[in-house]
Design a protein around this ligand. Structure first.
Ligand code: HEM
Length: 582
């Protein structure tokens, strides 16, 4: 039986859970005992809070989350939504309540508010996002109108992974995203990333400040052209295995979500980490665990009360989360151990036999840094987890969508076929240079990433007061950047919902704004693995197109998009294959 549980949620927007908290009310459907427990807790808190709010002045209602959406400013057509957590601090409510000393529930409500807002009363000033020139905020940004007197908090009732995706998209407005990308102050990730921290630790994706700077500097050479070139043989070998899988699925409907991920996981493990996965079951278990972790993450995003670790521990899927974390962390530990043994046997030198400075793959680089005392074991684990995840799921997603689009657009597929036909017959003879010259295939990958970016939304937060787009954003303001919508802006990509790889032909990109196309993000925190990804995908796509004709089995209209760590669809994506006769 389904229960409707009302939960008052309090989303803190800084680590210390201090002021500028956002406050939202959410109803969630559950059928478990936990839901009943939530209901009891929630019923009490709702009653107390409602009483507190109605007892206080209407000004008290200013505790709420407003999604502030920046309007267009000047020439850039990026989209950005700045989720500014507006409120008047709980302390002001408590203060206002002083006038209602006679109200019997006052003490209880005050206590509740104090619990919610840990360090209440330390600062008396309310800090809000404001415009630099003093004009009304609405003149600079689009503020999502709330449907109730609680602002837009109640508008997110019954969130699901699919509705989160749509809500985030609807709340988008035009503004300059380049200021966010370019800002040296805005390199810290926002509160949502804290939910991935148990999985990825303080690796390159999540870390910030000095740690991020030094790791990024150390790891950049591990993705140098020469290193990538040394990976080519591995990509080709894995590709041969993949083609064998396809051979077995001729004329049947092929579920891309099943066959692509093992290919990209093997690739990242064998190249960047330098370790071959022992058997298929090792990889399967890892992928299943990642999926489970992602599902739990989304549950937490859908119910902000779950942001609290204690609440998640008591009422969330904490145990399932821990079990799956153990699986992924065990695999990465085994990988590090295997590599460490190899590393100790063959200490890596500073220069090669020709006296040139050697460049190492990613895990070798980290082990060398460990030997120099620059990183500890935990640091290596965090980076390995980050690279395994980032390097596998993102490229899988892109390959799945690219193969789907090729199946749906026969003309595009034929043009790609013409291009790849010119490559040497034996794939072992194809050089990196020849892969780089597959210009049209690259346009196809880019167009697919434009329409279906593997990472649709990213986030930042202000660690100090920051001015962006004429808005003064106080410390802890949460910012989400809508990569998905940036790249569907008709001013830069006319008819954005049409798949047109020609948009990326060199002659058509000359005047495009540098921040109009950002599937790998932009600025300092852009993707370190983008060249790796493009090369890996080209190797696979060229081989598939040369050997098979792709036919549609899934239509775009069949798909329901969902929010995940990467872009997800509720349905598996399928294509059909027929062997090309040469
Ligand atoms: C189609 C493939 C890929 C896409 C679309 C993609 C996209 C992105 C995006 C949008 C970011 C910024 C994330 C943020 O700001 O929160 C990012 C960061 C990152 N990506 Fe990728 N990525 C891809 C492939 C890869 C691969 C293959 C690797 C590793 C080999 C990788 C490793 C990373 C890392 C470590 C970061 C964090 C970089 C930093 O903050 O310094 N990515 N990626």
């Amino acid at each position: 039986m389904q229960h409707v549980a009302a939960a008052i949620t309090f989303v803190h927007n800084n680590k210390k859970r201090r002021d500028r908290a956002s406050f939202s009310i959410q109803l969630c459907r559950h059928s478990t005992f936990h839901a009943q427990m939530q209901f009891v807790i929630a019923a009490v808190t709702v009653a107390a809070a409602t009483a507190a709010v109605s007892a206080a002045t209407p000004a008290a209602l200013t505790i709420f989350v407003i999604q502030v959406h920046a309007l267009v400013v000047q020439h850039v057509c990026a989209f950005i939504s700045v989720s500014c957590h507006f409120h008047r601090k709980s302390s002001s409510i408590v203060g206002t309540m002083g006038k209602y000393a006679a109200w019997p529930g006052r003490k209880f409500a005050k206590k509740l508010l104090l619990i919610w807002n840990g360090h209440i009363g330390k600062k008396k000033k309310t800090i809000r996002v404001r415009t630099e020139d003093g004009s009304p905020l609405e003149s600079k940004v689009a503020i999502m109108p709330g449907k109730t007197r609680f602002g837009n908090n109640l508008d997110i009732l019954n969130f699901t992974p699919a509705s989160v995706f749509n809500f985030v998209r609807e709340s988008t407005a035009k503004a300059k995203a380049e200021e966010v990308f370019q800002s040296t102050k805005l390199i810290t990730k926002n509160v949502v990333y804290e939910l991935i921290r148990p999985f990825l630790g303080d690796g390159l994706l999540i870390s910030t400040d000095h740690k991020w700077h030094s790791r990024r500097k150390a790891l950049t050479p591990a993705f140098h052209f020469n290193v990538l070139q040394s990976f080519l043989g591995i990509f080709k070998e894995e590709c041969k295995k993949f083609l064998n899988v396809l051979e077995k699925n001729l004329d049947a409907e092929l579920e891309l979500n099943q066959v692509i991920p093992p290919f990209t996981l093997n690739n990242i493990c064998e190249t960047a980490l330098g370790v071959k996965l022992d058997d298929m079951s090792e990889g399967n278990e890892y992928r299943k665990a990642i999926h489970a972790i992602e599902e739990i993450l989304i549950q937490r995003v859908c119910n902000p009360l779950m942001y609290y670790n204690w609440y998640f521990f008591l009422y969330g899927d904490y145990r399932k989360h821990s079990q799956n974390l153990r699986i992924v962390h065990d695999l990465s530990s085994r990988i590090i151990e295997r590599k460490r043994q190899q590393f100790q046997q063959k200490q890596l030198g500073e220069v090669d036999e020709f006296g040139r400075k050697q460049r190492y793959a990613m895990l070798d680089t980290l082990l060398a840094a460990e030997a120099d005392g620059q990183i500890d074991h935990q640091g290596i684990c965090d980076e390995v987890n980050t690279f395994m995840f980032e390097g596998y799921d993102t490229t899988s997603t892109c390959l799945i969508f690219t193969l789907l689009m090729l199946a749906l657009h026969e003309d595009v597929q034929n043009k790609c076929y013409e291009e790849v036909e010119s490559l040497p017959e034996d794939s072992d003879d194809i050089s990196m240079f020849q892969f780089n010259k597959l210009v049209y295939l690259e346009c196809v990958i880019k167009e697919s990433l434009r329409m279906f970016p593997s990472v649709p939304f990213i986030g930042r937060q202000c660690v100090e007061e920051t001015v962006v787009n004429g808005m003064v954003m106080p410390k802890d303001t949460q910012i989400s950047i809508h990569i998905y919508d940036i790249m569907r802006d008709p001013r830069h990509f006319p008819k954005p919902d049409l798949f047109q790889p020609d948009r990326f032909l060199p002659e058509n990109t000359v005047n495009r704004h540098p921040f109009a196309y950002v599937p790998f993000s932009a600025g300092q925190r852009n993707c370190i693995g983008q060249k790796f990804a493009i090369l890996e995908m080209k190797v696979l796509l060229a081989a598939v197109i040369r050997n098979f004709k792709l036919l549609p089995a899934t239509q775009l209209e069949d798909l329901t998009f969902e929010n995940g760590i990467v872009l997800r669809t509720q349905e598996n994506i399928k294509v059909k294959l027929s062997k090309r006769v040469t």
